[in-house]
Design a protein around this ligand. Sequence first.
Ligand code: GUN
Length: 271
Amino acid sequence: MILDGKAVSAKIIDDLKIELAKKSTKPYLAVILVGDDPASRVYVRNKKKKAEYIGVRADIFEYPANVEESVILEKIDELNDNPEVTAILVQMPLPEHISKEKVICRISPQKDVDCFTPENVGRLTIGMEPYFYPATPQGVLMLLDAYDIPIEGKHAVVIGRSNIVGKPMAQMLLRRNATVTMCHSKTENLEDIIKTADIVVSAVGKKIVRCKMVDKKSVVIDIGIYRDSNGNLTGDVDFEEVEPVVEYITPVPGGVGPMTIASLMYNIVKS
Ligand code: GUN
C-alpha cells in the first residue's frame, strides 16, 4: 500500500486552517533567509505561502550572503523579544562565516519551531516534552499514525544521522517504544541490517533500499529526495522494485515531503 503523504498532509493543513479560524490570536512566523541559495528560496517561499493559507502571518527577513554574523544574532534577539512573533525559523544552510551553532543557540526554545536548539533537542533526548518536535520526523510519525501502523516493539532501522532528520527520527521512534538501529555512511553490512527491519527509514540522498532487503511485512519510509541523472525527482528507495514486495511504502515525491510541511504548520499553530 502506498502511504499518501499528499492526501494526509492536505487534511492536516485544512484542519489547522479551521482550528485557527476559531482563534482570536494568530501565530506569527518570522523567517530569516541569508544569501541566494535557489533551493532555500523555494523552501522559504513555500513555507510562507502555506502558513498564509492557514491564516498565519509570515514575514521573510532577507540578508545578503556577506551579512555580518552580529546582524543576524541581533535580529534573532529582536524577534525573541517581540511578543507578536511566535515562531522563528532560520533557513539553513548559512554562509561559512556565520556560525550555525551560535545562530541556533540564540533562538528562543519557545519559538524554535524547527527543534534546532540544544534545549529542545535535549528535552527530546531525555524524555521531556520539547516545545516543538522536528518537522520531518514528526511528519513521518503522523503519516504512520494516519494509517494505524504499529511502532511499539518493532525494529526500526534509520539510515542517515543528520541533526535535523536521522538523529531526531531515531529518538522519536525510541520514544514510541520501537527498537532502533542507526545506520550511516560507515556502517558495515548495511544490507544485512536493513533485512532485519520491520520499519526502514532512509534519509541519505542516494539509492540504498532494494527489493532483496525487504519483504511483505516491511514498512518503507523514504526521506531522501534528489534529482537523478535524468533530472527526475527520486528517493533512496528503488520504488519500482520495492513497492510490489512490501506492505507499506512512501512515494517520492508525494510521501514524506508534504508531511514535513504539514508538521511544520502544526508546530506554527502550536506556537
Ligand atoms: N534547510 C533544509 N531543511 C531545513 C529545515 O527543516 N529548516 C530550516 N530552518 N532550514 C532547512
